[in-house]
Design a protein around this ligand. Sequence first.
Ligand SMILES: C[S@@+](CC[C@H](N)C(=O)[O-])C[C@H]1O[C@@H](n2cnc3c(N)ncnc32)[C@H](O)[C@@H]1O
Length: 207
Amino acid sequence: MPNFIMYEDRNVKAKGLNKENVISETKLKEYFYDSDYDNLSLIKTIEPFELHVPIPTLFYPGCGVDILFPLHYLNALFPRTKEVHFVFMDTENTLGIIKTILDDVGISFSENKTFINFYWNNTLVNLEFKTANVFKNIDSLPQFHIYFERAFRIMRDTFPGYEEIIIKKLHNDGILISDSGFQDKKLQYKEVPKSLSSYNEMVLATK
Ligand SMILES: C[S@@+](CC[C@H](N)C(=O)[O-])C[C@H]1O[C@@H](n2cnc3c(N)ncnc32)[C@H](O)[C@@H]1O
């Protein structure tokens, strides 16, 4: 039987930036289904990307409460990246739960309204949370260097031309990471274990 994950917003207070954070592997594990946790090791088998940008922007629409998957991909695929700007967008304001998850696993953060900053294994993450509908804002989205998508297929399948717009917004040489769709586009695809996606469609590609 799958394990049960409990999400809550405990209104945790910012304790400030701390480069010496120690991530609790026990707590971390509690935030993953066992099969997903086991799959994390597969990410490490993928050859890392070179991104020639000092502070890349990663865009994650429909993020929900998921902060931990993009962080694991970041460390495994972009080991040279020392600072990153995360733009998370969801129709629900889940930032309180994301802060609680970080606090639980041992990551302290600083905050300013809808921005939080923290270190994840020596990478400085500046996270900007936007409570918004991605489809209503798609034309005004700024460009990004990394696109991250997970468990968003049902929602974005309702929006015609979504993939083309996302690819247009991705910088040249930018990286697309998605657990569904984006098949047969003009992208350079990397060989990846398909089981990283629950739809068996994992895509990692460079524009
Ligand atoms: C199935 S959940 C996936 C959450 C997360 N990506 C994950 O892997 O755990 C889908 C998320 O998409 C969000 N969502 C649905 N429609 C959206 C829209 N039009 N714009 C932004 N977010 C949306 C929902 O609020 C929900 O958090």
